[in-house]
Design a protein around this ligand. Structure first.
Ligand SMILES: [Zn+2]
Length: 606
C-alpha cells in the first residue's frame, strides 16, 4: 500500500460512504457474544482477507499510478471495491464480540476495524446511498475546480498556486485567491447535508458525532485529546507570534499599508493559497547575508549524481543506522524517473505493495537539493513499513496517523550540512552565522504551518458537534483563522461563500489533525535521537547519520507498528509518554533569539 496508507488507513479511505451502522444490524452476526476461540478464529480469517485484498488493490493501484489509462483506472477501482465489500462484511461480523472479555491484542484489533471508518453512514440504505453520492460529488467539484479569468486561459489549483508562490503583485494575488475560492460555494449545501447524515451514522455507532469519532482514534478519551492539542499549541505559540510579527514587518516593506502594523496579515500575501506554508515568500523576508553558504543542487550536479545515486545516498543513511539494505526488488520495481512515453502520478510516494518486503518508491526524481531531502523522507516511510511487517496484518501501520509522516520528516531533519560533509557532498560545514537563513526557511515551512494544522479540524469538529451552525460556517472559519493564524480574508466574505470548501481535505473528508501531530512529533523524535547519537551542539545542527544507538532506538519503535497505544511507541524513542512541543522551541532557539532582536520595540500579536 502507498506511503502512510497502511492497511486500515486504506480501508478507511475505501469505506467512504458505506455503512458501518449497517454493520450493526448484522444478519451474519449470529447474535451477541462468542468465545475467545471464536474471536481468534474470526480475527485470523479477517486478517487474511484484509491482507489478500489489500495486496490486490495495492498492485492495481501501483500499475494505475505508473501508467494512467482508462483501463488501469477501471481495474484499480474494481480492486478497491472488492476490498470495501470485504471490509464491510468483516465489520458486520466483528460486532458480535462487542462486550466480550478478550485478551488485549484481540480487543485492540476489533477496535481498529471499527475505527478504520472515517465516514460513518446511517443504516438507512437510502440515506447511506445519498451520503456516498454527496461525498463523491464534493470531491469531484473540488477536483474539477478552475478559475477562468475573462479573456484568458482557465487555471486549476496548480496554476493558481504558482501565482500565489511567485507573484508579488497584490492585484494578481488577490485575483488568484478570489478566483480559487469561488469554486467552493456550490459545495456548501451538499456539505451541510453531509454533516447531518454522517453524524447520524456516528451516533448509531455510539459516538456523539463524527468529530468525536475521529478524536477517538488516539488511544485516549476524545476530550482529553482535544485538551492535549491546546496544551501543545500553548507551548509553541510564543514562537509563532514572533515569526508572525517579523514577517509582518518585512511584508510592510513590500506591500506598504496593505499589511497592517498591528492587525492580522491579509491571507493572500503569504505565498500559499491557504497561508499554510510561507516558504515561498522567503526572498521577501530573508536576512541580510542569509544564503546558506552552499547550494546542494549545484554540488550534486558537480558530482554528476544521477537519479539512482540520489537514492543510494538515502539508503546509505539508513544502513549507517544499522538497518538492512533495501531489497533487490526495490531497485527493480521502483519508479525513479519520469517516463517519456506515458502518464504517471509524479507526486512522490513510498509503497509496501505486499505489506512485507516489496518496498518501492514512486518519484520523478530531479537532481536537486529538495529532492535529495524528499528521498530521505520517502525512504523513512519504507523502512517504517518494513520494520512493522512482522506484526499481524491489522497492526501494520504507524502508531497513530501522525507518526508515519513524522518519521519521514525526522529523517529529513538529519540532512544537515555536517551530514553532507560526512558523505562527501560538501567540503566543509558553512559558518554557523549562516544558520539563521536555513532556520528561517525551516520556520516559514514548519512553524507557520502549525496553527493552520489546528484550524481545519477545530472548525470541522465544531461543525460536526453543532457548535458552528450552517449559517455561521464561513464566519466561524475566519474567526478561527484569525484567532490562530493571525491572518484575515483579503476580500469581503459572507455566508454566500464557503471558504473551508476551498481546502481539499474538507470536500474530500480527510481528517487533518495528523499533520499538526506530525509537525510536533518530528522535532520531539529528532531531539531524542540526536541525543542518543551523542550530539551536543545546537539541535538544528544534529544528524543521526552513522549512529548505531539512534538506529537501535528508532528501529525498536518502528517495529511496534500500531500494536500498542501510541504513547508506548513515543516512549520507546523519547522516554516521554506525552507529546511535547518544547523540542520545536529548542530547535529554533537561535532563530527565536534573532527574531527577538528584529522585532524589538515593534508590535507582536494581532
Ligand atoms: Zn511522507
Amino acid at each position: 500500500m502507498r506511503l502512510n496508507c497502511g492497511l486500515l488507513a486504506a480501508a478507511a479511505a475505501c469505506l467512504l460512504g458505506l455503512t458501518a451502522a449497517g454493520c450493526r444490524g448484522g444478519s451474519t452476526g449470529g447474535g451477541k457474544g462468542g468465545s475467545v476461540e471464536d474471536a481468534r478464529a474470526f480475527l485470523e480469517k479477517a486478517e487474511k482477507e484484509f491482507l489478500d485484498l489489500s495486496i490486490e488493490a495495492s498492485r492495481a493501484d501501483w500499475v494505475k499510478s505508473t501508467f494512467i489509462t482508462d483501463d488501469t483506472e477501471g481495474l484499480a477501482a474494481r480492486a478497491n471495491q472488492r476490498s470495501i465489500a470485504s471490509t464491510i462484511a468483516l465489520a458486520k461480523q466483528a460486532t458480535r464480540f462487542d462486550g466480550v472479555a478478550l485478551p488485549e491484542d484481540m480487543t485492540r484489533k476489533l477496535k481498529l476495524i471499527k475505527l478504520s471508518l472515517t465516514l460513518p453512514a446511517p443504516s438507512d440504505p437510502a440515506e447511506s446511498e445519498e451520503l456516498t453520492r454527496i461525498a463523491a460529488a464534493m470531491e469531484g467539484t473540488y477536483g474539477k475546480g478552475k478559475y477562468c479569468p475573462p479573456g484568458r486561459e482557465c487555471l486549476d489549483i496548480n496554476g493558481l498556486s504558482r501565482i500565489m508562490a511567485s507573484s508579488r503583485n497584490p492585484k494578481d494575488l488577490l485575483d488568484a485567491w478570489t478566483g480559487w475560492h469561488a469554486i467552493a460555494p456550490p459545495i456548501r449545501e451538499p456539505f451541510k447535508r453531509f454533516v447531518t447524515l454522517s453524524n447520524k451514522g456516528a451516533r448509531e455507532l455510539g459516538f456523539a458525532d463524527t468529530g468525536a469519532m475521529w478524536r477517538s482514534k488516539y488511544d485516549m478519551p476524545p476530550d482529553d485529546f482535544a485538551r492535549e492539542l491546546d496544551r501543545l499549541w500553548t507551548q509553541v505559540r510564543p514562537l509563532y507570534d514572533k515569526l508572525h510579527a517579523y514577517v509582518r514587518i518585512r511584508l510592510r516593506e513590500t506591500y506598504g499599508d496593505a499589511v497592517p502594523e498591528h492587525g492580522p496579515i491579509p491571507a493572500h500575501l503569504l505565498g500559499n493559497m491557504w497561508a499554510q506554508s510561507w516558504l515561498n515568500i522567503y526572498p521577501l523576508v530573508a536576512p541580510k547575508g542569509g544564503d546558506p553558504g552552499f547550494d546542494l543542487t549545484e554540488r550534486l550536479k558537480a558530482k554528476k549524481a544521477g537519479e539512482l545515486d540520489m537514492v543510494r545516498y538515502g539508503e546509505r543513511f539508513f544502513t549507517s543506522l544499522g538497518f538492512e539494505p533495501l531489497p533487490k526488488t526495490f531497485w527493480e520495481r521502483s519508479l525513479f524517473t519520469k517516463p517519456r512515453d506515458r502518464e504517471v502520478v509524479c507526486h512522490a510516494s513510498a509503497w509496501d505493495v505486499d505489506f512485507a518486503e516489496d518496498l518501492r518508491i514512486k518519484m520523478c526524481i530531479e537532481i536537486t537539493g529538495e529532492d535529495f531531502s524528499t528521498i530521505h523522507h520517502e525512504l523513512g516511510h519504507n523502512f517504517y513499513q518494513r520494520a512493522y511487517s512482522r506484526q499481524p496484518p491489522l497492526f501494520r501501520d504507524s502508531a497513530n496517523d501522525g507518526f508515519h509522516e513524522a518519521i519521514g520528516d525526522t529523517i529529513a531533519l538529519s540532512v544537515t550540512p555536517a551530514y553532507l560533509v560526512s558523505i562527501g557532498l560538501l567540503d566543509r560545514e558553512p559558518d554557523p552565522a549562516r544558520d539563521i537563513g536555513l532556520l528561517l526557511q525551516m520556520a516559514l515551512e514548519k512553524v507557520a504551518f502549525l496553527p493552520f494544522g489546528l484550524v481545519v479540524d477545530q472548525w470541522r469538529w465544531k461543525v460536526f458537534s453543532g457548535e458552528i451552525p450552517p449559517e455561521k460556517y464561513n464566519q466561524a472559519w475566519w474567526q478561527l483563522r484569525e484567532k490562530y493564524q493571525g491572518v484575515r480574508a483579503p476580500a469581503e466574505r459572507s455566508e454566500n461563500d464557503f471558504d473551508p470548501g476551498a481546502k481539499y481535505h474538507v470536500p474530500a473528508n480527510t481528517p487533518y489533525m495528523r499533520y499538526f501531530l506530525a509537525h510536533i512529533l518530528q522535532f520531539q523524535f529528532h531531539r531524542a535521537l540526536v541525543g542518543a547519537a551523542g550530539h551536543k551542539g545546537p539541535l538544528h545542527r544534529g544528524s543521526i547519520y552513522g549512529s548505531a544507538e539512534a538506529g537501535r532506538r528508532l528501529k525498536h519503535m518502528l517495529e511496534m507498528g500500531q500494536s500498542r497505544p501510541w504513547p508506548d511507541a513515543l516512549e520507546a524513542i523519547t522516554g516521554q509518554r506525552q507529546m511535547d512541543a518544547t523540542a520545536i522551541l529548542d530547535y529554533f532557539a537561535p532563530l527565536q533569539k534573532w527574531l527577538d532582536e528584529q522585532i524589538q520595540g515593534k508590535a507582536v500579536g494581532w
